[in-house]
Design a binder for this molecule. Structure first.
Ligand SMILES: [Mg+2]
Length: 270
């Protein structure tokens, strides 16, 4: 599929520092591994876990500021889309300290209600509006794969890597995967699992489905607190997908999924 030397037209980003290239000895087979960098345990990579929201899938407009405005209208609320960013930040700060790592439907509704009120909907109907917004996050058609998602999943498959999904939220992951026609080897959602990222048990559940040890897997996600810190606490390698360049100094980061194969040390065309 790929020539030995990646041409300029190759979609795969190869300009990232590839720690795997510093391997101490030749590695046979279709993969190579890194034996020097501390972040790369000396095990062959067998599986890659992905977060869902803002990693593989882009939440659609129904879940953003305009979506809030429209749902607010149904409840007699005038919500200002321009106030959404600050309202969301305030909601996160408000609930961060109270967060337990247990999946709780009420937490999602309370979080969303904070946003509704922060956007000007501080009135009767805010709770019902928030409940409707949370339902929108359960609708699979409100999500679309990023353009870089399927190509990278295909490339990982070509390297015989197993693929898993680990997601916090309300959705039925089985239905979600079926709706979008994805083929994955493991899928764990917090609603059925009972704990949320970064609780280690949710990563362990996915690894068990994949029959992989933590050091044989990598986690890819956009949330530093949930995806990266959670996976690293378990001994997994974790790569931050920083699409908006918010953490430029994070050493193990990519800004597009197209950079993932190189970051994992996979050799194009091998
Ligand atoms: Mg995410």
């Amino acid at each position: 599929m790929f020539p030995p030397m990646s041409p300029p037209s190759s979609p795969w980003h190869t300009d990232l520092p590839c720690l795997a290239s510093r391997r101490a000895k030749p590695v046979s087979g279709r993969r190579r591994r890194c034996t020097e960098a501390a972040a790369y345990p000396p095990h062959v990579l067998r599986a890659v876990l992905f977060d869902v929201d803002f990693t593989l899938f882009r939440p659609g407009p129904e879940l953003g500021p305009e979506g809030y405005r429209r749902v607010g209208e149904r409840h007699g609320l005038v919500l200002d889309p321009d106030r959404y960013p600050d309202a969301r930040t305030a909601a996160i700060e408000k609930l961060q300290g109270e967060r337990r790592l247990v999946h709780d439907d009420e937490i999602w509704i309370a979080f969303t209600e904070h946003i509704v009120r922060g956007m000007g909907g501080d009135a009767d109907g805010a709770r019902e509006c928030a409940t409707d917004m949370v339902r929108e996050w359960e609708r699979h058609e409100n999500f679309a794969l990023y353009d870089d998602a399927l190509p990278v999943l295909e490339e990982l498959r070509r390297h015989d890597l197993k693929i898993g999904l680990v997601t916090n939220g309300q959705r039925d992951v089985e239905e979600f995967v079926a709706h979008h026609g994805l083929t994955v080897d493991a899928k764990v959602g917090s609603r059925t699992h009972g704990k949320i990222k970064p609780d280690p048990s949710i990563f362990v559940a996915a690894l068990q489905q994949l029959e992989a040890a933590p050091e044989e897997a990598a986690m890819v996600g956009d949330s530093y607190e949930d995806d990266i810190e959670g996976a690293r606490a378990l001994g997994m390698r974790a790569i931050l997908l920083d699409r908006d360049g918010l953490r430029p100094h994070e050493p193990d980061r990519i800004d597009t999924l197209l950079a993932l194969p190189a970051a994992l040390g996979l050799i194009p065309g091998v």
